[in-house]
Design a protein around this ligand. Structure first.
Ligand SMILES: [Ca+2]
Ligand SMILES: [Ca+2]
Ligand SMILES: [Cu+2]
Length: 247
């Protein structure tokens, strides 16, 4: 079967249409649009829109053909995240996060040359964890123990929604743990989803890994090993913000 851009786009169309219609309704109902002329310190992307990521395999020697797609729809204050994976290690839970960095690691990230790009070696590429895609998107810490579990055929679908206001309140709170791999937004840093990365983790506990494969805190290296990664790309901008011509 051909998995080409065309079929991906075709699948997107119903979502794009429905999100577009919703965005129209929301912008009529609640927009304040103060049109501030102050230049922000850091470029702020318009949050509203539909984003997607194509997740491709990392560490295929143990991750198999782990791959999938992520879709993030932002309408008004609501963010909805959908992740569909296949080919992932079966019947185990998979940590998954939006990481704040700007690239997926390549084989060159295996700096200790043990044949695996471990979770620590990936950080210079994909950055620290910004949003754990777990059971509670309102806080980085909450819902940590509800990662999606793959079926017996290596598939799972994850879907969660969150109020962006609630999420940002947590993402802008003081970071109480500098030792974990989770970081808050820096002062003045915006959510700016496009360009960030989604990383899926986890191979079975029975997987033999060299002792050189690093992990985070006391979590087994099998649970944190990256198995798939993809960049978040913007698919659409809300109808309200597409008109950029002045008067
Ligand atoms: Ca390595
Ligand atoms: Ca959480
Ligand atoms: Cu991660």
């Amino acid at each position: 079967m051909s998995i080409k851009k065309r079929s991906r786009l075709e699948k997107m169309i119903p979502t794009i249409l429905s999100v577009g219609a919703l965005a129209l309704m929301v912008s009529c109902a609640g927009d304040t649009g103060d049109g501030s002329s102050e230049a922000p310190q850091q470029q702020q992307q318009e949050d509203e829109g539909v984003y997607s990521a194509s997740l491709t395999t990392l560490n295929s020697s143990v991750a198999g053909a782990s791959a999938g797609t992520a879709k993030i729809a932002v309408v008004g204050d609501k963010m909805a995240v959908t992740i569909q994976m296949n080919g992932v290690p079966v019947r185990i839970s998979h940590l998954q996060h939006i990481h704040s960095g700007s690239a997926c690691p390549t084989a060159a990230a295996d700096t200790n040359a043990d044949g695996f790009v471990d979770v620590v070696e990936g950080v210079p590429s994909y950055g620290p964890i910004l949003i754990p895609l777990d059971g509670d998107l309102r806080s980085q810490a909450g819902g940590m123990n509800s990662s999606p579990v793959a079926s017996s055929t290596g598939t799972y679908t994850y879907f969660r929604t969150v109020s962006i206001t609630d999420m940002l309140t947590d993402l802008r709170a003081p970071d109480t743990d500098d030792a974990d791999a989770v970081a808050k937004l820096a002062p003045g840093e915006e959510l700016n989803l496009a360009g960030r990365h989604i990383v899926i983790h986890g191979v079975p506990a029975s997987t033999t890994l060299p002792a050189t494969v690093q992990s985070i805190k006391d979590i087994p290296a099998q649970a944190t090993l990256p198995i798939a990664c993809g960049v978040i790309e913007r698919e659409t901008v809300s109808t309200e913000t597409t008109g950029t011509t002045g008067t």
